[in-house]
Design a protein around this ligand. Structure first.
Ligand SMILES: [Zn+2]
Ligand SMILES: [Zn+2]
Ligand SMILES: [Zn+2]
Ligand SMILES: [Zn+2]
Length: 373
């Protein structure tokens, strides 16, 4: 095969190559989270810059319309300066839909990664500089690249989003593109298509996928957490959650080691911890399932409460007031090491309760007007 023949442009798009190039770009940039930050993907290539139409218009004293005309597109273009082996991707930053801009940049990155300019020997890669056939092949490859870069099908497959709106939010793409991705998945599923569960891309995005599947916010106390076998909220013991991070109320916590044991005694601040009890003050230092229910909360009233024969044995996090597995109280809640969650979520209410208690014993009935500030 001569070099000339090798440089000939294939009449069929090579989707496998486009998919591979997209993964390659994700890998080079160590991308592990979605949505992919497309504009940052150029940083590892010293010969590639991503710039806006506005920037180009300003530096070349042109109107935006003139840039669109020059680029032969209202959306974006990939420009190759052969003598310097440099690339510039230009995108129209005046397009209102952010998802659409992201898709355009991803698409142009496809032309760059797949070396379409070099193959066609064209500086500004544009419709009018190629035969219709060449143009179609390159466009299909660039679109396939964009899809695999922004919304990799293997990830869409494992996350099984419920609607195009979810797809749009998840990958930050336009609703139009999201609808295509969604329909593509469902049609594939109906035809019995399945994706490998061992695909490299799934390993790259492993923790993101886990978080997406198991992140929840408690409807009762607004605590946000990620956990697989969590049937009860670790803060308030409730069982009703909303998927994802809706809210994120932070509750006080004790610093623990990997065995759920306090690094420093929360009671007397002793730092030389030897066993499960503080050797200075005797406080129990492990936060685990107590086996008691909240109704029988002993607090420090009935020491010693630490008969843990009903405990499910689960070791808990430093802020857990409840066992996420069985809903029992935590040893830290029982011992008073952690406060009850309401005191932190509703400090005003707790303050009022305190004030009322004081008021009933004394004569005080404070209104705002009485306060000197
Ligand atoms: Zn294109
Ligand atoms: Zn809760
Ligand atoms: Zn102590
Ligand atoms: Zn338990």
């Amino acid at each position: 095969m001569t070099t000339k023949m090798m440089m000939m442009i294939s009449k069929k798009p090579n989707f496998g190559k486009a998919e591979q190039a997209a993964f390659e770009l994700l890998k080079i940039n160590n991308v592990q989270e979605l949505p992919v930050k497309v504009k940052k993907l150029a940083k590892n290539f010293s010969n590639l810059k991503i710039k806006t139409y506005s920037w180009f218009a300003k530096t070349h004293d042109m109107t935006l319309e003139e840039v669109c005309e020059f680029a032969n597109s209202d959306e974006g273009c990939c420009w190759y300066i052969k003598s310097k082996n440099k690339y510039i991707i230009l995108y129209n930053d005046k397009v209102e839909n952010v998802g659409r801009i992201r898709w355009t940049i991803a698409h142009e990155l496809g032309h760059f990664m797949l070396k379409h300019n070099e193959m066609s020997d064209k500086s500004v890669y544009a419709r009018n500089s190629l035969t219709e056939e060449e143009y179609e092949v390159f466009e299909k490859e660039a679109n396939c690249f964009a899809r695999n870069l922004l919304a990799p099908p293997q990830i869409v497959y494992v996350l099984r989003p419920q609607s195009p709106h979810v797809v749009s939010d998840l990958f930050d793409i336009s609703l139009e593109a999201a609808t295509n991705v969604f329909t593509f998945l469902n049609n594939g599923l109906q035809r019995g298509i399945s994706y490998s569960r061992n695909h490299t891309i799934l390993r790259i995005f492993e923790s993101f996928i886990f978080k997406y599947k198991h992140a929840k916010t408690c409807n009762n106390c607004s605590y946000y957490f990620v956990g697989k076998d969590t049937h009860y909220c670790p803060i308030c013991g409730d069982q009703s959650f909303t998927k994802g991070e809706v809210d994120n109320m932070i509750y006080s916590k004790i610093e623990l080691n990997e065995h759920s044991r306090a690094i420093q005694c929360p009671h007397c601040t002793n730092e030389h911890i030897v066993g499960d009890y503080c050797q200075v003050c005797g406080k129990y230092l492990v936060n685990k399932c107590s086996g008691y229910s909240i109704e029988q909360l002993h607090g420090q009233m009935q020491e010693p409460w630490h008969n843990l024969s009903n405990s499910c044995g689960e070791e808990l996090s430093g802020d857990a007031r409840f066992c996420h597995k069985c809903g029992s109280t935590s040893t830290f809640l029982e011992s008073g090491t952690l406060t009850q969650w309401e005191e932190e979520k509703f400090p005003e209410r707790e303050g009022q309760r305190h004030l009322q208690a004081v008021g009933s014993n004394n004569f005080v009935n404070i209104s705002d007007d009485d306060l000197p500030f």
